[in-house]
Ligand binder design. Structure first.
Ligand code: BMA
Length: 841
């Protein structure tokens, strides 16, 4: 196969739609454009629009989504293409309603952003100079027209994203702006080939254990002649480059051929925290003449006409939904071993996903790893991610829960959607099947919930709403193309349309009342089998606020801050949730800290509770790891990639070994010792201490005797009973359970009722080159001490936040900065903050 990339430089022109709204500076002219890209980023680069991520600029570019745009360029076709039987134009992704013309002739159309488009261009391509033009009609107008034609169906946003196969959150979400894009968002190239082309290779792992791995290598081929049979060879090399399998030639024709590869004593792939991620090299070659016999290699003229090569992992995943005394389990098992899934939900990392470079993916996924996550759920309102994303997850041992792309809406199952959905699902299932990280497919996000509980069932009546996709079409595609992976119809879903999708005892669950209506302590009402969504908002980091909000609007309810809060009654909820625990500070700096702290406390409460409920509960994925722009949201890493305090808390509450104190229904307290490792955890005599601490006076009670003895992947419960569990003065006392560096605190009161001591500490700052160390030695108890270095240097990142210090203890914060920074600024509010300032006045 010969590939020729098309040039990156194109021009862009407004050619239709609401042209009257197109600014004069943009109308009737060619604007330089970069491919891959979209109109917004091209206009931004040409300085023809202001950054839609700043202030309320989003509103000024609304017209872009109602305009039709044409991308065009010229290129010289390489001579060598023309000697091949087929020449195809391959567009990996067109966003979205596209007409493709080559030298003035229509070569094809595409209406789905989530699939590549491949057009036969042999008869239109000229030797020498060629002209290509791709015209995008307004996706918004298309969606509205489809809705008008098919009849409206419920959804949660302003625009009917359920009538078009385009990233739903592009039309606005409760954390995302409405920036309706158009453009060639993925690479585009010419491919010329003869005889055969490999469409997909699906290495389906049928079995993987210490004794052997069995892989069904399915190769989907297209050939130029149905008559011909061709030799195909499959080679598998171990992580240490030893050939473990080399097939004889198989005779193949157009269609699919599968071959079974058995690997004795395989090096198994494990999710992180459970083992290594060894990757095998799988390669497939299709030839016109058979491979040489051993010894004949020298004289053989390589006749490979199609080849494929990828790293794969040998592992088996199952979703155990067996009935038990409570209901039914929801336990992911990798290589036969139950895995507690710890992680978060993933959304597109940018409203303009082509801007997410490999480095950015690597940074974000490293942030997942460093906060001890082992699973990310790719949410259905976004995209099927790029190969880069899944390959990094393969390497890092992050399991991926992949939603099909349906979110918070009723989706019609009539044409043209049902065919588009089938093609999209077939392509992505086949494309992603080689990634060991991909652990589970899921039908949709919250659509069954919407039908059940949001009054949509009545609105839909006897029309289709997508349930056929989730329970028939998609599982049949999985069964055909990738039976090696588990499939689940929806998130949340109880396993049957007869049972409330929010049922605790069956299936997976989203818990949103804590944020929307009550308080985070409500998490403890639920003992669910797997919680795939729950979350709590906070503003982004201060540096990100400064980067996206005008200087004169640094106020919780300024127009720009409210513009960067997309949730229904978002700030009202933020304040209601905050006021359950803190007085609402009038000072913006303190507001940022306390809301961020409250977010961290909320997720700590939820995750530690769910972890303490194992093995009944076997998963906790909070909403959400990332953002697509700077916004007040549920994310732990903000829209400019900066870690919010929640990120640091996550690293702690996801740690493999965890101490956590939890209240039971009867009011009693237990210390849970959670061991998410493969080794038994036993403490030495005296290593575990459980004491009461009067933080107002600094006095400790004598410890109660207890030792840790908890099996691998197990939990131990230590009852904290009797007078010990009752405080003398709840406003001044807490329980401190400590083992080595691990510590759990239990407070008997909410922050605003706690008589924290005024914070006292000694501070020292050491600087050497660009390396800073700030040592804070506590003279009093300090709770949730954090150093917000981004306030002084937006490029700097601090080593830790939200540290609790008992009197006499020291925390050392490290970071790099080339700026000269004063000790006073570094060691006082608002850069150095702690919860003590926000207790009982
Ligand atoms: C759930 C998600 C998203 C949403 C989030 C926050 O409903 O599935 O649709 O953004 O909660 O409200």
């Amino acid at each position: 196969m010969i590939q020729q990339s098309l040039p990156a430089n194109w021009t862009l022109r407004a050619v239709g739609g609401d042209l009257a709204d197109v600014p004069a500076s943009i109308k009737d002219r060619d604007i330089p454009a970069i491919v891959p890209g979209v109109v917004h980023t091209d206009l931004l680069a040409a300085k023809l629009i202001d950054d839609p991520y700043f202030g309320s600029n989003e509103l000024k570019v609304e017209w872009i989504g109602r305009t039709d745009w044409r991308y065009s360029t010229t290129f010289k076709a390489e001579e060598r293409l023309f000697s091949e039987e087929r020449i195809e134009l391959v567009c990996e992704g067109l966003d979205t309603i596209a007409r493709v013309e080559l030298n003035g002739a229509l070569v094809g159309e595409s209406v789905n952003m989530h699939v590549p488009a491949r057009f036969d261009v042999k008869k239109h391509l000229k030797k020498g100079e060629n002209q290509i033009a791709i015209t995008f009609s307004s996706a918004l107008k298309y969606a509205l027209a489809q809705e008008a034609k098919m009849g409206t169906l419920p959804h949660v946003e302003k625009h009917p994203y359920n009538f078009i196969r385009k990233m739903a959150c592009n039309f606005g979400w409760d954390w995302g702006p409405t920036l309706v894009t158009a453009g060639i968002w993925m690479p585009i190239r010419l491919e010329a080939w003869s005889v055969a082309r490999i469409k997909y290779v699906r290495p389906l792992i049928k079995e993987a254990n210490a004794q052997r791995a069995v892989i069904d290598v399915c190769v989907d081929i297209e050939t130029t002649s149905n008559q011909k049979t061709l030799p195909m060879q499959v080679v598998l090399k171990s992580p240490d480059a030893v050939t473990v399998f080399e097939s004889d030639d198989y005779a193949i024709k157009t269609g699919t051929i599968s071959t079974t590869v058995t690997v004795p004593q395989p090096q198994l792939w494990w999710p992180r925290g459970h083992g290594e991620q060894p990757l095998y090299d799988l390669s497939v070659q299709v030839r016109t003449t058979p491979a040489p016999k051993k010894g004949d290699e020298g004289v053989w003229n390589d006749s490979t006409c199609a080849s494929w090569k990828r790293e794969i992992g040998l592992r088996q995943v199952k979703l155990n939904t067996a009935k038990d005394s409570i209901g039914s389990q929801f336990t992911l098992e990798v290589n036969g071993k139950p895995v507690f899934c710890k992680g978060a939900n993933w959304i597109p990392d940018d409203c303009f996903p082509h801007r997410v470079t490999k480095e950015r993916y690597a940074q974000r996924l490293q942030q997942a790893v460093d906060s001890n996550m082992n699973m990310l759920r790719i949410w259905g309102g976004g995209i099927f991610e790029t190969e880069t994303f899944y390959s990094l997850c393969d390497q890092l041992g992050i399991m991926v829960w992949q939603d099909f792309l349906f979110a918070c809406a009723m989706y019609p199952e009539e044409e043209p959607l049902s065919t588009l959905v089938a093609i999209e699902a077939r392509h992505n299932v086949a494309r992603l099947s080689s990634h060991p990280s991909l652990a589970i497919w899921n039908g949709c996000n919250e659509n069954v919930w919407g039908w059940w509980l949001w009054g949509w069932k009545e609105k839909v009546g006897n029309r289709t709403w997508g349930f056929g996709y989730y329970t028939k079409l998609l599982p049949s595609i999985i069964a055909e193309l990738d039976p090696s992976r588990p499939y689940w119809p929806a998130s949340p879903y109880s396993g049957s349309l007869e049972i409330n999708p929010l049922d605790d005892n069956n299936g997976n669950k989203h818990i949103w009342d804590a944020w929307n209506e009550t308080d985070y302590t409500v998490y403890r009402k639920y003992v669910s089998r797997f919680v795939s969504e729950f979350g709590h908002q906070a503003p982004p980091t201060y540096a990100t606020i400064r980067q996206s909000i005008p200087e004169n609007e640094l106020k919780a309810d300024s127009p720009s801050m409210l513009h960067h809060q997309k949730a229904t009654k978002g700030n009202e909820k933020l304040h209601n949730r905050l006021s359950e625990h803190f007085e609402i500070p009038s000072n913006f700096d303190d507001w940022v800290y306390t809301t961020q702290l409250n977010q961290a406390r909320a997720l700590q409460t939820g995750v530690e509770w769910f972890r303490s409920r194992q093995p009944v509960c076997m998963g906790s994925l909070y909403w959400q790891i990332n953002d697509c722009w700077p916004v007040t949201s549920w994310a732990c890493v903000d829209g400019y990639g900066r870690k919010k305090p929640l990120w640091y808390a996550t690293r702690r509450f996801h740690a493999d070994r965890l101490l956590t104190i939890q209240p039971e229904k009867d009011g009693s307290l237990n210390l849970f010792v959670l061991n998410d490792t493969d080794a038994r955890w036993q403490s030495d005599a005296g290593e575990l201490s459980i004491r009461k601490f009067n933080f107002a006076t600094g006095e400790f009670s004598s410890p109660i005797a207890a030792t840790i003895n908890v099996p691998a992947r197990g939990a131990q419960t230590i009852a904290l009973s009797g007078p010990f569990a009752k405080p003398g003065d709840p406003s001044k006392e807490c329980i401190v359970a400590q083992c080595g560096k691990l510590r759990a605190l239990w407070f008997f009161e909410i922050d605003k009722n706690l008589a924290y001591p005024a914070p006292q500490y000694d501070a020292e700052v050491f600087a050497s080159g660009d390396e800073y160390r700030v040592a804070i030695k506590a003279k009093t108890f300090l709770r949730d001490l954090a150093l917000f270095i981004d306030r002084l240097d937006p490029d700097a990142e601090v080593s830790d936040q939200l540290v609790d210090l008992l009197p006499g203890e020291t925390a050392v914060f490290t970071f790099r900065s080339s700026k000269p920074l004063s000790k006073t600024a570094l060691t006082s509010a608002p850069v150095l903050q702690c919860a003590n300032r926000f207790g009982k006045r």
